[in-house]
Design a protein around this ligand. Structure first.
Ligand SMILES: Nc1nc2c(c(=O)[nH]1)N[C@H]1C(S)=C(S)[C@@H](COP(=O)(O)OP(=O)(O)OC[C@H]3O[C@@H](n4cnc5c(N)ncnc54)[C@H](O)[C@@H]3O)O[C@H]1N2
Ligand code: MOO
Length: 442
């Protein structure tokens, strides 16, 4: 519809807006990095073991390496063996155990050839930690054949898969690849994001408010959401409703993969983001509330004014919060390599819930209501809006207690208590299974 005739073009479907975002997303090239720089990054290729784990058969305990066949006790129930020598951890000799003898051995030390069992020092006539290896050992209790031996390759064989492509590298994953003899990894670096809050009415949080001024809550929120998604905020900008000022600010910003803006995209006279993007943008209304106005564009960034994709969110704080969870979180994960390169793969992951209250929803729009879920007795999540004004897009203060966004489909205009709903867990705030310090024995 033309600007003169007023009104809107028909609203876009949520999936269509998502498809347009996916088409605009930059792909980050994989880079090879040493392990110490990989924490939190995502694997760009599968990792296979360079060595078997364990790399050699070794002792699980401090004690004596023996042959099970020699553990035949005398009438007193005791086995008495001569000790051939000592095997400390890191011993590189090719030690051989002759039948009828023992070697003293430390945890992690290679088992002498011919040995198949370890007897812990506590089961012998020796105390722990004696500096000089004894010449004989008496084994006082019966020991099962193969006890306390860790066999070469029993955790994983050489060449076996340690981690698939797309795995996020937490502490456990880094331990696994290090143990498998891998010192550097092909990873995708964290997407670098410039966050821009727009509006001539904004003052920094905590600053005195002049007439018509409000604190900037989108800036801190978006920066936190980006970081919680695993991406990196390289610049956090605030700009008045002046397209030239926005372009100047972006020209002095660092390089980034994506620009996220909030505000300045709807139908007003001073829509700073819309005006700065000019004819290169795709601005439309999506059939959802809040978060109806949405934009996708390109903005020049850095001194070289490289064109960088921009996702342009509407300015109302709850609209920003909803738009981030519905579109941006999945998009950042796709850029980081955490989602498959497939249509619709950036959609938010949903969990089922049950309405614990009744509320209304706008006709022909998907509603996303900031809500709080509590786990009921049977484990179902019972969910209710966090504010009596429901999905009002200005209710920034209600976001503090939201654990989920409750999704009400377009064809429903009234939610009744007991209705089944899909929920989007809110980053960081969603409750997990109740934690206990100690589990009672069943
Ligand atoms: N005639 C129409 N007006 C509006 C429409 C429409 O379809 N026709 N859509 C409404 C909807 S829905 C939304 S959402 C907003 C989106 O507008 P903008 O993206 O242009 O956002 P602004 O006008 O800049 O701001 C909207 C609102 O949010 C406050 N705001 C902005 N930035 C921040 C910030 N950093 N921290 C806190 N609050 C912020 C701002 O003061 C406004 O109150 O448009 C509706 N209008
Ligand atoms: O769609 Mo707007 O985001 O409701 O306030």
């Amino acid at each position: 519809m033309s600007a003169h005739s007023g009104g809107h073009d028909p609203a876009l479907a949520i999936d269509e807006h998502r498809a347009r975002i996916e088409a605009a997303l930059p792909r980050l090239a994989p880079v090879e990095l040493p392990l110490e720089r990989c924490r939190g990054l995502v694997l760009a290729a599968p990792v296979r073991a360079r060595v078997p784990v364990p790399a050699f058969t070794n002792s699980a305990m401090d004690g004596f390496a023996v042959r099970a066949a020699d553990l035949v006790s005398g009438a007193d129930g005791v086995v008495d063996l001569p000790v051939a020598g000592d095997v400390p951890a890191g011993d590189s000799r090719a030690n051989v155990l002759a039948p009828g003898t023992a070697w003293r051995i430390m945890t992690g030390a290679p088992l002498p050839m011919g040995a198949d069992t370890v007897v812990r020092v506590e089961r012998t006539d020796h105390g722990p930690g004696i500096a000089i290896p004894p010449s004989r050992v008496r084994i006082l209790n019966p020991v099962a054949a193969g006890a306390d031996v860790r066999c070469r390759g029993e955790a994983i064989d050489e060449g076996a898969l340690v981690l698939p492509e797309g795995a996020r590298l937490g502490a456990g994953a880094l331990a696994a690849v290090a143990a498998a003899g891998v010192g550097s990894l092909l990873v995708r670096r964290r997407p670098r994001i410039v966050v821009v809050a727009t509006g001539s009415e904004l003052v920094a949080p905590g600053e005195p408010l002049g007439p018509g001024r409000i604190p900037d809550s989108n800036g801190p929120m978006l920066a936190a959401l980006v970081e919680e998604s695993g991406a990196e905020v390289v610049a956090r900008l605030t700009v008045r409703d002046d397209p030239a000022a926005l372009l100047r600010l972006l020209a002095s910003a660092p390089e980034a993969d994506l620009i996220l803006t909030a505000g300045g995209i709807s139908q007003g006279a001073y829509e700073v983001v819309r005006l700065a993007i000019g004819g290169h943008g795709d601005f439309h209304h999506v059939a959802q509330q809040p978060g109806g106005p949405q934009g996708i564009g390109v903005l020049p960034l850095g001194p070289s004014r490289l064109p960088v994709p921009a996702l342009c969110l509407p300015g109302n704080p709850v609209s920003v919060f909803v738009s981030f969870h519905v579109y941006v979180a999945g998009a950042l994960e796709a850029m980081a390599g955490l989602r498959p390169d497939a249509s619709g793969a950036t959609a938010p992951l949903l969990v089922p819930g049950v309405a614990a209250a009744a509320w209304s929803s706008p006709a022909r729009k998907t509603q996303f209501v900031p809500a709080r879920a509590v786990a009921a007795d049977e484990g179902a999540l019972e969910v209710a809006p966090v504010h009596v004004l429901g999905s009002g897009s200005h209710l920034a203060t209600a976001l503090a207690s939201a654990s989920h966004l409750a999704l009400v489909p377009e064809d429903i205009d009234r939610v009744a208590s007991g209705d089944l709903l899909d929920l989007i867990p809110v980053l960081r705030n969603a409750p997990s299974a109740p934690a206990t310090r100690r589990r009672e024995a069943p």
